[in-house]
Design a protein around this ligand. Structure first.
Ligand code: CO
Length: 136
């Protein structure tokens, strides 16, 4: 599996975008509000993968509490799959606990599902089936 994206939850979105684009040299690929996840997402093209900055829309939400007082904090790693339902069924059969039994819509039109960190040695892992190409 390839890395689809690495998601970082941020406090100051504009300052973090400036760091990643102007200072580090990444190209911004998309910026959108994902209302049902309560975040604004900014994708930065990193080769065939994306660095995704997440700004909580509500500073009292779980994702904002997870970030806490940090300026930024790694939130999850997302791996690209061709058939997300087949992969979820495979992992479930191997005893992996799922947060999302049913895939749902993620940022950038992707179909996503999260695995439970208790089954993944603590790192939040997302499976991601792109609906459209993320190629530059
Ligand atoms: Co994600």
């Amino acid at each position: 599996m390839k890395i689809d994206h690495i998601a970082i939850v941020v406090k100051d979105l504009d300052a973090t975008i400036a760091l990643y684009t102007q200072t580090l040299g990444f190209r911004q690929a998309y910026r959108e509000i994902v209302a049902d996840q309560g975040i604004e997402a900014v994708g930065l093209q990193a080769g065939d993968s994306i660095i995704e900055l997440l700004r909580p829309l509500d500073e009292n939400s779980p994702i904002a509490k997870y970030r806490g007082d940090a300026d930024t904090k790694l939130h999850h790693t997302a791996y690209r799959v061709d058939d997300i339902r087949a992969k979820l069924a495979d992992l479930k059969s191997k005893g992996v606990r799922l947060i999302d039994e049913e895939p749902r819509r993620g940022a950038h039109g992707n179909t996503i599902a999260f695995l439970h960190p208790k089954s993944t040695q603590g790192v939040l892992i997302e499976l991601c089936q792109p609906s459209i190409s993320t190629e530059p």
